[in-house]
Design a protein around this ligand. Structure first.
Ligand code: ADP
Ligand code: MG
Length: 505
């Protein structure tokens, strides 16, 4: 495949306004599936099931089977709709979307079409420099997921060139909410970052509601990114492409940026954009054509005759509204003020994905400054080196305990870093590592004085120098004592003892 020509990003922005639209699928973590009693693999209890073991006649589309709506999935969808600032429909209904689906045995997907459960919302999204964008939500509707195909024998893992394909129906019927934004205008050069931050905010919302595990790498959260460009000054929207199933936050940003540059190069030459789905390729950082897609795609939608409309009572909606957690953007503003961080300090924590870790470390007793320092400093450094997340290295309780040991003077920063290594290596709690490795600061004057005596014996002129006013001469003795005590002396106390000695003699 010929590599697409790209226009320089800044140049593309001069000529065109980017417009993006995001479709995010959230897998709900209910115990059973959307319309059947089969266990739901998007629930942690069933992650590791063997293929085709989480199925029922409904998931397999067997004759005579009938769907039944999962009430918990409906409640979770309503909570999500409310958290997105949407209106909840007094009556909403399911619709059949007809298609050839090898991974959905009925050959139609039960979705919602003209009467979604939630509509007309807005989400506040903060980008890395702290600016906030309001993303308009068109709708959030309930539907069922399809199964999973594995194409075996080809070079690419795609169906083209494969020898045969396997189908796993475990995922068929997993409850999904699809959240569709209105076209997002005005993000300009920040459009790629706004797309990323939006999906990340949806993840935060889903996690705070406890309705999904929301892990992109597991497919609990999937994003299709629509991108179009319009020449500056033009009212009508340009033709969009829809890049499917981009599976990390960073990839969303890269994919949107790539499409802007690719489409700009075509349009600037007088070419036209094909309305189509596109595939994102993580390794090359490029997109390639999927299938052409017109707005008139005929899925022969019609109301699902096997299900009644969903008519949530006003009491239920109000109950769920009252139980909503704080919105992520509001929480950020509150925490920033409570912690007293500067913009940069706060962004450091937020952009590192460490808000929860820092909050929990503070809740466990650390000062905001200490919590921030350990998570964005040493833990982030170690995580980068090990190519993992800081959160997977240590718990907030451990970090708070470490900070308390430093605060109490039991550990210097340097010793605390050694203790942290022990904690990460699984040697126990910070106090246990201090005990086991004998790492505490020596503040017992007797031991310090003995070490000072030894250092002075090797540098007998130091005391005279100090008495002559050259106090900095103490540095050499402090250094020797610290070395002799393998860094475990309290340097400030050593200095005091040396100055006392000089004054006394
Ligand atoms: P589809 O059936 O193609 O998935 P949806 O309505 O589910 O259509 O989603 C289309 C998404 O693309 C929405 O987020 C919408 O706001 C967005 N969109 C529509 N037109 C454009 C456009 N010209 N440029 C960018 N995004 C667009
Ligand atoms: Mg769609």
């Amino acid at each position: 495949m010929a590599r697409a020509e790209l226009m320089d990003f800044d140049k593309a922005l001069e000529l065109f306004e980017p417009v993006i639209g995001l479709e995010v699928h959230v897998e709900l973590n209910t115990v059973t599936k959307m319309f059947s009693p089969a266990p739901n693999p998007a629930n942690a209890a069933y992650h590791d099931a063997e293929p085709n073991t989480l199925v029922s006649p409904v998931c397999l589309g067997l004759p005579g089977s009938l769907p039944v709506v999962n009430g918990d999935a409906v409640r979770k969808s309503i909570s999500l709709g409310l958290a997105l600032g949407c209106d909840i429909a007094e009556s909403s209904r399911f619709a059949r979307k007809n298609y050839f689906y090898p991974d959905l045995a009925k050959d139609y997907q039960i979705s919602q079409y003209d009467e979604p459960i939630a509509h007309d919302g807005e989400v506040e999204v903060e980008i890395s420099d702290g600016r906030v964008f309001r993303v308009p939500i068109e709708r959030a509707h309930m539907e069922e997921d399809a199964g999973k195909l594995t194409h075996v024998g080809g070079a690419t893992g795609r169906i083209q060139g494969a020898e045969y394909s396997l189908v796993d129906y475990n995922r068929a019927g997993v409850p999904l909410v699809e959240i569709v934004t209105r076209p997002i205008f005005g993000a300009e050069a920040d459009a790629p970052e706004v797309a990323k931050a939006y999906v990340s905010t949806i993840r935060d919302i889903a996690i705070s509601l406890g309705i999904s595990e929301a892990r992109m790498e597991r497919g609990n959260l999937r994003c299709d990114a629509n991108v179009s460009l319009r020449p500056r000054g033009q009212e009508a929207l340009g033709i969009r492409t829809e890049t499917k199933n981009v599976n990390s936050f960073r990839s969303i940003e890269r994919a949107v940026r790539y499409e802007i540059q690719r489409q700009a190069a075509i349009l600037a030459k007088g070419g036209s954009i094909t309305q189509e789905t596109r595939h994102w390729h993580e390794d090359t950082g490029t997109t390639s054509p999927g299938r052409p897609k017109s707005d008139a795609d005929d899925y022969r939608y019609f109301p699902e005759p096997d299900l009644l409309p969903v008519v949530p009572s006003a009491e239920l909606v109000e109950e769920l509204r009252a139980a909503l957690p704080e919105a992520p953007a509001a929480r950020r503003r509150r925490l920033k003020a409570e912690w007293g961080f500067t913009d940069l300090e706060f962004q450091d924590v937020a952009n590192g994905g460490l808000l929860n870790e820092v909050a929990e470390t503070i809740a466990a007793g650390a000062t905001p400054a200490a919590a921030r320092k350990w998570w964005t400093g040493e833990l982030t450094r170690l995580a980068n080196a090990a190519d993992t997340d800081a959160a997977s290295l240590a718990t907030p309780a451990q970090v708070a305990e470490l900070a308390a040991l430093v605060e109490a003077g039991t550990l210097t920063d340097r010793l605390a870093r050694q203790v942290l290594e022990g904690v990460i290596a699984g040697e126990g709690s910070p106090q246990e590592v201090v005990d086991a490795r004998g790492l505490a600061v020596v503040s017992d004057d007797g031991a310090l004085i003995a070490a000072i005596d030894e250092a002075l014996a090797a540098q007998p002129d130091v005391l005279a120098k100090i008495r002559d006013g050259k106090v900095q001469a103490a540095g050499a003795v402090i250094g020797a004592v610290m070395k002799a005590m393998r860094g475990q002396a309290d340097a400030a106390r050593v200095r005091e003892l040396i100055l006392e000695r000089a004054a006394a003699e």
